[in-house]
Design a protein around this ligand. Structure first.
Ligand code: HSE
Length: 334
């Protein structure tokens, strides 16, 4: 596990709590042999004591003093990815969108070492998704990233697997839980944007750099990932015309309300890829509140199909990591 923040810790909780069920239903007995966080790393070939790792992280904020095969200072994620024998690397370091680093180097190193990768970090995909897909194919490993779009809501595999045979003409959606939470709080209580953002940060929804949420870049990332995965485009974040919610005021929201409308941050791919605040009617299928995400696929011949679910949160997103891991396990068991 590279990155041990909100999502990774929730994932560690789930596999501990659900251990019996995972083994019984999926033959999955995950063993965590290495954990890297921003301060250091711990590794043990026989498997780390996950409860101790969580306790150390939560009480001391670090894995140091875990007392189990601790790497000396200076060892970084790349050393651990290369040297610790493992089948899958879960990459969940914070998203960085200019170069996708350090996640991009982690993912590349893992794939080149022949490890399968479950990536929750959007940065590597936003800047280099086609190249990473190609690298994984070439190295015959699985590269999964369900948790990058929709939190726990299975947006990517829903569109890819469940809409087979249909033509998807356009994709539009609310893909950032934080800005939807902010707009909802502004609309319901007249809360100021900065206060609503502080709440979202406290609840663990916002990015490490919250301008990614408010500036629309997180939505742009998710649009790129969805479009490339589902429509086979080769977009990167630079191709998306992006405007966030920073300029939306409570007065704008009130004006929309007078017309029976709401203001939402909508990402859309048709001929172009765009992100911008839009007014939609209150009965529109994308009118979801709080951290909910909603994504509509305009399909032929089935028409519009909308998927709704929680788009941010540790436990929610960790469920996507687990789904990916189960798929890797099933594919290789076959
Ligand atoms: N900051 C993101 C959001 C987290 O608010 O949607 C989930 O990708």
């Amino acid at each position: 596990m590279v990155g041990f923040g909100v999502v990774a810790q929730s994932f560690a909780d789930i596999i501990t709590e659900e251990a019996k069920k995972l083994e019984r239903d999926y033959g999955l007995r995950p063993k965590i042999v290495g954990v890297v966080d921003s301060k250091g790393a711990a590794a043990a070939p026989e498997g780390l004591d996950v409860s101790k790792a969580l306790q150390a992280k939560r009480s001391k904020g670090t894995l140091e003093q875990l007392g189990q095969g601790i790497y000396s200072e200076g060892r970084n994620a790349l050393d651990v990815i290369r040297e610790v024998e493992c089948e899958v690397v879960v990459e969940s370091t914070p998203t960085e969108l200019s170069k996708g680093e350090p996640g991009l180097s982690h993912v590349r190193a893992a794939i080149r070492e022949g490890r399968h990768v479950v990536c929750v970090n959007k940065g590597p995909l936003a800047v280099a998704m086609p190249a990473l897909m190609e690298l994984a194919h070439h190295n015959k490993v699985m590269f999964k990233f369900s948790g990058t779009v929709g939190g726990g809501t299975p947006v990517l595999d829903f569109a890819k697997k469940c809409l087979e045979g249909s033509k998807i003409k356009t994709i539009s959606g609310i893909l950032n839980g934080t800005s939807n939470y902010i707009l909802s709080r502004m609309a319901a209580e007249g809360v100021a944007m900065k206060d609503a953002l502080a709440e979202a940060q406290k609840l663990g929804y916002a990015e490490a750099d919250p301008t990614y949420d408010v500036g629309g870049f997180d939505t742009a990332c998710k649009l790129v990932i969805t479009s490339n995965y589902v429509l086979g485009t080769q977009l990167s974040i630079k191709d998306v015309d992006t405007r966030g919610i920073a300029d939306v005021s409570v007065a704008d929201i009130e004006r929309a309300r007078a017309k029976d409308r709401v203001v939402k941050l909508i990402g859309k791919v048709d001929k172009d890829a765009t992100v911008s605040p839009q007014e939609i009617t209150t009965t529109h299928p994308l009118n979801v509140s709080g951290t909910f995400n909603a994504i509509s696929f305009d399909t032929y011949p089935a028409g519009e199909i909308t998927l709704v679910g929680k788009g941010a949160g540790g436990k929610e997103t960790a469920s996507a990591v687990l789904r990916d891991l189960i798929e890797i396990r099933r594919t290789f068991a076959r």
